[in-house]
Design a protein around this ligand. Structure first.
Ligand code: NAP
Ligand code: MG
Length: 402
């Protein structure tokens, strides 16, 4: 059988621990036998990041800008324990944070829906994709624990020295204070990433804030989205037959619970933090959640939403059998291959990505799955497979499809 050829390389970002083990298995079993895989490889494993003073992460982000599509394995974000474990020169920053900053992108997370893993919310028939604005607000705050009586003011000093001053509160006794900010530039990038991605996956876009209470701060989010929508996207949305829908955050939450799914929900930073955990756990499992970083100018980086599955890796190192779910990592690859195929007009590659996703879902629906899914499935007569056998089983299904 002739292998599928590629014209432009994918940026491949390798990672750490158990997901690094899965990464190789997926390539060997599910990709290399079928595709003449062209990638520009960057090793974002912690050892290599440490050796290159994290230059490899910056280089991989630059390559992503150049080629437009990347696929990333989960990576360790160092903490104190990792400093000793990997004898690190420095506590290197989260690669995801570095890449997101370089691409100025927004992260979209979507569950992979299969029969037999039913969402807790019965009416959610289709995935809900959550987009979180990943800059500012309470995540870049300045706080004061007010010791006692006094006046709190909000002051902005312009470059020419002129000031805007507002009283926040006249304290009669101890209390608390918080200063938060955002920038029009970041909000606009967030808006464009959301509108582009909605057009890309052909789904409605929902956005919500608390603009009735926060008449300047949240209202600014609403206004920037509206202005950009009307100036740049409204026509395209109408042509595509999709909708941009703005409402208040509490109304959005109520509607989401009653909805069927199949739309993108854009959230401010804090709402996105909270709601993405709610939506993903209601859909079943973190191991069935994909994630894609989309830049406002249309660059894509695909990955799994989960981490490096450290506990399983230590078992693996001890020679014990693991049953680690590779579905989200497989879908990171298929997402990237499909996007590469679309950009290069390579229909074979796009079709292969579709087939591999279908084979993965079918394998699970036939009752063959990893332990994490076996614990939550409604299917009877389930076979629990180890990490490697699950991937091999997907290959068998794939071969029956083609
Ligand atoms: P994690 O790797 O997501 O794993 C947490 C637990 O969730 C696992 O112990 C496992 O539960 C379950 N799990 C997650 N993915 C699974 C899968 N594919 N198959 C089966 N079970 C799965 O999170 P963590 O342990 O908090 O973090 C480990 C490392 O990952 C950290 O160093 C962190 O910095 C990094 N991380 C990276 C990313 C990223 O690169 N995007 C994201 C998050 C975390 P059981 O142990 O109960 O089986
Ligand atoms: Mg969170």
């Amino acid at each position: 059988m002739d292998k599928i050829t590629m014209t432009t390389p994918l940026v491949e970002m390798d990672g750490d621990e158990m997901t690094r083990i899965l990464w190789k298995m997926i390539k060997d079993e599910l990709l290399l036998p079928y595709i003449d895989l062209k990638t520009e490889y960057y090793d974002l494993g912690l050892t290599c990041r440490n050796e290159t003073d994290d230059q490899v992460t910056l280089d991989s982000a630059e390559a992503t800008k150049k080629y437009g599509v990347a696929v990333k394995c989960a990576t360790i974000t160092p903490n104190a324990a990792r400093m000793t474990e990997y004898k690190l020169k420095e506590m290197w920053k989260s690669p995801n944070g570095t890449i997101r900053a370089a691409l100025d992108g927004t992260v979209f997370r979507a569950p992979i829906v299969v029969k037999g893993i039913e969402p807790c919310v019965r009416n959610w028939e289709k995935p809900i994709t959550l987009a979180r604005h990943a800059y500012g607000d309470v995540y870049k705050n300045t706080e004061i624990k007010v010791p006692g009586e006094g006046k709190a003011e909000l002051v902005f000093t312009a470059k020419d020295g002129t000031q805007i001053r507002e009283t926040i509160h006249e304290f009669a006794g101890p209390g608390i204070l918080q200063g938060i900010h955002n920038t029009d530039k970041s909000i606009a990038s967030f808006a464009r990433s959301c509108f582009n991605y909605a057009l890309d996956i052909h789904q409605d876009l929902w956005f919500a804030t608390k603009d009735t209470i926060s008449k300047k701060y949240d209202h600014n989010f609403k206004d920037i989205f509206r202005e950009i929508y009307e100036a740049e996207y409204q026509k395209k949305f109408e042509e595509a037959g999709i909708e941009y829908f703005y409402t208040l955050i509490d109304d959005a939450v109520a509607r989401v619970m009653k909805a069927k799914g199949g739309f993108i929900w854009a959230c401010k930073n804090y709402d996105g933090d909270v709601m993405s955990d709610m939506v993903s756990s209601a859909f079943g499992s973190l191991a069935m959640m994909t994630s894609v970083l989309v830049s406002p100018d249309g660059v894509y980086e695909y990955e799994a939403a989960h981490g490096t599955v450290q506990r399983h890796y230590y078992k693996h190192l001890k020679g014990e059998e693991t049953s680690t779910n590779s579905v989200a990592t497989i879908f990171a690859w298929t997402g990237a291959l499909r996007k590469r195929g679309e950009l290069d007009n390579n229909q074979e590659l796009t079709a292969f990505a579709d087939q591999l996703e279908k084979a993965t879902i079918q394998t699970i629906e036939q009752g063959k799955m990893t332990k994490d899914l076996a614990l939550i499935t409604s299917l009877k007569d389930v076979t629990v497979l180890n990490s490697e056998d699950f991937i091999k089983e997907i290959r068998k299904t794939l071969d029956t499809l083609s």
